[in-house]
Write a protein that binds this ligand. Structure first.
Ligand SMILES: Cc1cc2nc3c(=O)[nH]c(=O)nc-3n(C[C@H](O)[C@H](O)[C@H](O)COP(=O)(O)OP(=O)(O)OC[C@H]3O[C@@H](n4cnc5c(N)ncnc54)[C@H](O)[C@@H]3O)c2cc1C
Length: 476
């Protein structure tokens, strides 16, 4: 038996369910294959940084496969055509892959499966991406969980599978395939700082550094206490690796549980990993969230925010330093810390009164880890329109968020060099600094750094009135 393994968001040889099963079922006679797709690359929410990450991860995967004497076949085209063509060209009896859960990709996979079966080629699909696959847990009444904590508890009652071992043998194959360079000519430009080391080895290094770091405020040891501090290196930055599968989720959980770090930190980190599972199962059970509010009554909200304010927010020019620092971090690196993602999302929706979907799209167009389920879940949480949402009357004050989580302003000063010399007391509220002091540190408000584009106190009242129009929340 010969099997074609279709790599997608599982760009690795270690802990890869479909690939391991294929190698076992075909006794190593497995053809590794990847197809980039115009329909995916042409999506309006595509980010150059993510495309680059995938190209680099493919280069690394291809090199690893070559060491086994095989070769990763690459192609570009509609998957319903390319997968069937590759299966035929390689003489495969079956195609194996790990499932994806976003509505358009589920549809694509069903179409590919139909085309393969019609041609007499077998198909096996596997759950691989999550600790607990969608549909594996349900409430007592049999419905999907829409609140995180009971979902997590139900998942915790299930055993976490052990990581699968690394595939080490693949029979020699050489399907006709363009070089990777052809795929790199797709016309995406990535800022240098947004080019992350990608591939299995890079992902394992990131995990190892996170688990081992013991410097003050760094790594898993300090995760529970410092994970909300955007200047602290206390988070894993594994989100792009998990997004593209350059590391397996079972491997991450297993190595975390086996680490010598405090139990509280380990529990907190695994609990954060489960948010991925949660939002993915929300998207799986409630596909309408891809375009609309989880709570449809919120689709009636009228968002009066202006295009000029959206531009100021997107470029990090709102006059609220924590918001601007975060937005500029994302533009420069393709990454943003979780705490500041919450702050800027709250600011866009509750201070600038702009539809969360515009922010969701901007994030997808820039984040290296941009992921439909997690991004949508995060935005709907912040906008108060989602599952498990913060009630709409809980509105982040951007100044106090900055002062609480960026005491001293190290994060702001890193991303807003124009405020680098402002004393800590005023770094999150430069508009309150005495003019003489601002002149001494080279800041001219309205010139070198903006005045706040809105008054938070005023906007807060406007947001409450806007949401209040919907009156009683039927879910409360
Ligand atoms: C408005 C908004 C948009 C977001 N968009 C995305 C997105 O597009 N892609 C994405 O992966 N995450 C998104 N998140 C979730 C979270 O901010 C990132 O996963 C996290 O900041 C990535 O950094 P890390 O790997 O260092 O996280 P860690 O704190 O080290 O967490 C480890 C992993 O757990 C998962 N995780 C942690 N928190 C969350 C969460 N709240 N929701 C879902 N998964 C989580 C991620 O896979 C993350 O890599 C968003 C959050 C908000 C508030």
């Amino acid at each position: 038996m010969r099997i074609l393994h279709w790599f997608r968001k599982d760009l690795r040889l270690d802990d890869n369910t479909a690939l391991s099963e294929a190698v076992r079922d075909a006794d190593g006679d497995v053809v590794p294959f990847y197809s980039s797709e115009p329909a995916v690359l042409g999506r309006p929410d595509m980010a150059p940084a993510r495309v680059q990450f995938v190209l680099d991860a493919l280069a690394s995967l291809g090199a690893d496969i070559r060491t086994m004497g095989s070769s990763l076949a690459l192609t570009h085209g509609d998957a319903t055509v390319t997968v069937l063509a590759a299966a035929r060209a390689s003489g495969a009896d079956a195609v194996y892959w790990n499932d994806e859960y976003e509505p358009p990709l589920r549809q694509r996979d069903d179409d590919v499966e139909r085309a393969l079966r019609a041609a007499g080629i077998g198909v096996k699909r596997f759950h691989d991406r999550l600790i607990v696959p969608p549909g594996a847990v349900a409430t007592q009444s049999g419905s999907p969980y829409t609140v995180y904590t009971p979902f997590r508890r139900a998942c915790e009652a299930l055993a976490v599978s052990r990581a699968l071992s690394r595939v080490t043998r693949l029979a020699a194959h050489r399907l006709p395939s363009p070089p990777l360079a052809t795929l790199t000519q797709l016309g995406f430009a990535t800022p240098a700082a947004a080019r992350w080391p990608a591939g299995e080895a890079a992902a394992h290094d990131r995990l190892a550094r996170f688990l081992a770091a013991s410097a003050e405020g760094a790594g898993l040891a300090h995760y529970a206490s410092h994970r909300d501090v955007p200047s602290a290196p206390a988070v894993s930055q594994l989100s792009a690796d998990l997004r593209f599968g350059t590391i397996g989720i079972r491997r991450v959980v297993q190595e975390t549980l086996a680490s010598a770090q405090p139990g509280e930190a380990i529990a907190k980190f695994v609990s954060e990993l489960r948010w991925r599972d949660f939002y993915t199962q929300v998207l799986w059970h409630f596909p309408h969230v891809e375009h609309g509010c989880f709570r449809p009554e919120y689709d009636a909200l009228q968002w009066p925010g202006s295009d000029a304010h959206f531009t100021a927010w997107s470029q990090g020019r709102t006059g609220y330093p924590i918001v601007d620092a975060a937005m500029r971090e994302m533009l420069a690196t393709g990454f943003m810390h979780n705490r500041t993602r919450m702050v800027v999302a709250s600011f866009l929706t509750k201070d600038l009164l702009i539809d969360w979907r515009r922010g969701e799209l901007w994030f997808m167009q820039h984040l290296i880890d941009g992921d439909m389920a997690n991004n949508n879940g995060g935005w709907q949480w912040a906008a108060g329109t989602g599952t498990d949402a913060a009630p709409y009357f809980r509105i982040f004050n951007p100044t106090s968020q900055g002062e609480r989580f960026d005491q001293g302003g190290a994060y702001v000063k890193r991303w807003l060099p124009e405020l680098a010399a402002v004393p800590a007391k005023f770094v999150h509220r430069p508009w309150e600094a005495p003019p003489l002091l601002l002149a001494e540190v080279g800041v001219t408000l309205g010139e070198t750094y903006p005045f706040p584009i809105v008054d938070h106190a005023v906007q807060r009242e406007r947001a409450l009135a806007m949401y209040g129009v919907l009156k009683k929340d039927p879910h409360e």
